[in-house]
Design a protein around this ligand. Structure first.
Ligand code: FAD
Length: 482
């Protein structure tokens, strides 16, 4: 008999419970990818995510072909496509792994009902998270809103996680062959080649994920705790897009980190646990969006609904300057260029650019979240929503509103030599470190020698940092009072 394995954001062979169950229980396995982006509306995959998906599917198709059962690609709507394929192949079962965004949950529930009504076995598994969002509750039986108690509860259970599942050794395809599309026919790659800068940074797919994990576990993990806030240092894992597309299970990442620390040096243990804690933030973000499903667009705390954001007509040009990395604030522009060129930004810099947008520029956080959604290769609805609400001060366990980052001091603290800023902002390469993060204070002869003309955006930032800080605090007082 044949089982269909419906693949979505679980594009791997190892520790893939749907694929594992299908291979264990059925003689024949048909791996399937259904293209139905409109079913994820309003959060259709952004341009950078589509780039990643194209390459990840290509890598997966190769690995599946080597196992004996090639990847079939078809278009949705999902329910009809699955029913049709079951009829064509005589499949009696459909397996998949769960998504946790509201639209994914609603769609999967409908699919499951429809398939069961047809007499098919329809079963879903957890492949994306260490714990199901409904497994962890406060003492009072409520979902968590604060990270520390959430993580205390989760951490105590980590030693009891089941071991990762092996990849199937081989797969037999269905008896009747079926026709599908090529990956190219999905048109996921951009028509204008803005993606050239992505290739040197990324190898989408399970092998690329494993290689990244091995490299990280071999060295950077030892300096993670100390240096994870310095964007110039490769001290973080860079695993976020691999985790998002499910090319690697969080369980495998966690075990590899602990194992590396255990065998390398006792000094690495605390550092590895810090990394594990960040995997905990990933879990927490899924927990929040699952239990508070409107937080992808609405602030977690109601009082922020009345926040006096600026209006689109008023902020359009500032938003464009932020998106294009020409705010005149070096660390911010470096981050926004890193995002555009490589599809990724260091976490510390994400916090800095988000603070400037939401606090100094008083632009609604949803605008920033939308831009990140389109440009990040790791764009993930739970993590992006949490990151933006945290930065804007309106989310669960957020940064207190009144703690407003000063991007100049942040740059000087976390990129003191300026090598990150110079790398992504070559027009500042010749500015001495003393002025790098505050070029408008450099004497004119130094600016001239560095090649910065009077018309440069680095002559004056688009917003006065001190005045805009006061304006943000006043806006906050307004909603605090009312
Ligand atoms: P590491 O430091 O190596 O961490 C390991 C893994 O833990 C990451 O791959 C990621 O899956 C998870 N993680 C780390 N930090 C966080 C965090 N603060 N919150 C949730 N999970 C975390 N992360 C995304 O994966 N997708 C997003 O769309 C996203 N949007 C963000 C938006 C804003 C405004 C902010 C401030 C943060 C956002 N993050 C997002 C979180 C974080 O910046 C990235 O996960 C991290 O930079 C990825 O780099 P890394 O893999 O080297 O992380």
């Amino acid at each position: 008999d044949t089982a269909i394995v419906w693949l979505r954001r679980d594009l791997r062979l190892a520790d893939q419970p749907a694929l594992h169950a299908a291979a264990q229980r059925h003689a024949r396995v048909l791996p399937l990818y259904l293209h139905a982006p409109e079913e994820e509306s309003p959060w259709l995959p952004g341009a950078a995510s589509r780039w990643w998906l194209h390459h990840s599917l290509s890598a997966l198709a190769e690995s599946l072909a080597a196992l004996g059962s090639p990847l079939l690609i078809r278009r949705g709507p999902s329910t009809e496509a699955l029913r049709q394929l079951a009829r064509e192949t005589g499949a009696g079962a459909v397996y998949w792994t769960r998504l946790y965004e509201p639209t994914g949950i609603a769609r999967d529930r409908m699919v499951k009902e429809a398939l069961r009504a047809d007499g098919l076995l329809a079963e879903s598994f957890n492949a994306a998270l260490l714990f199901e969002p409904w497994e962890l509750k406060t003492g009072g039986g409520e979902p968590y809103r604060v990270f520390s108690p959430f993580w205390r509860n989760a951490e105590a259970r980590l030693d009891h996680l089941p071991a990762p599942l092996p990849a199937p050794a081989r797969l037999s395809p269905p008896e009747r062959s079926v026709a599908g599309l090529s990956i190219a026919e999905l048109n996921l790659l951009p028509r204008i080649p803005w993606d050239e800068g992505f290739y040197p940074h990324w190898t989408p797919g399970e092998a690329g994920a494993r290689q990244r994990l091995e490299q990280f576990a071999a060295s950077a993990i030892g300096r993670y705790k100390e240096q994870r806030d310095q964007p110039a240092v490769p001290a973080t894992s860079g695993l976020s897009p691999h985790l998002h597309f499910g090319e690697l299970s969080p369980r495998s990442a966690l075990l590899a980190a602990r194992e590396a620390a255990r065998t390398a040096s006792p000094g690495w243990l605390a550092s590895a646990e810090h990394f594990v804690r960040e995997l905990g933030w990933r879990e927490f973000s899924h927990h929040l969006l699952f239990h508070y499903p409107a937080t992808d667009r609405l602030p977690m705390y109601d009082k922020f609904a009345a926040f006096p954001w600026r209006q689109p007509d008023d902020y359009a040009s500032d938003l464009a300057a932020w998106q294009q990395g020409r705010t005149g604030i070096p660390i911010v522009d470096a981050g926004m260029r890193q995002l555009w060129q490589s599809g990724w930004v260091h976490n510390r810099v994400r916090m800095i650019v988000a603070s400037l947008l939401t606090k100094n520029l008083l632009i609604p956080w949803q605008e920033g979240a939308q831009w990140f959604w389109d440009t990040l290769v790791d764009a993930s609805l739970p993590q992006n929503s949490l990151g933006w609400q945290w930065s804007a001060g309106c989310g669960a366990d957020a940064a207190p509103y009144f703690r407003i980052f000063n991007p100049v001091l942040q740059g000087e603290k976390f990129d003191p030599e300026g090598s990150y800023t110079r790398r992504w902002l070559p027009e500042l390469a010749r500015l001495p470190a003393k002025y790098l993060h505050r070029p408008w204070e450099a004497p004119s002869e130094i600016r001239r020698a560095a090649g910065l003309g009077l018309d440069s955006v680095y002559a004056r930032p688009i917003v006065d940092l001190a005045r805009s800080r006061d304006r943000a605090l006043a806006a906050y007082e307004q909603i605090k009072a009312g």
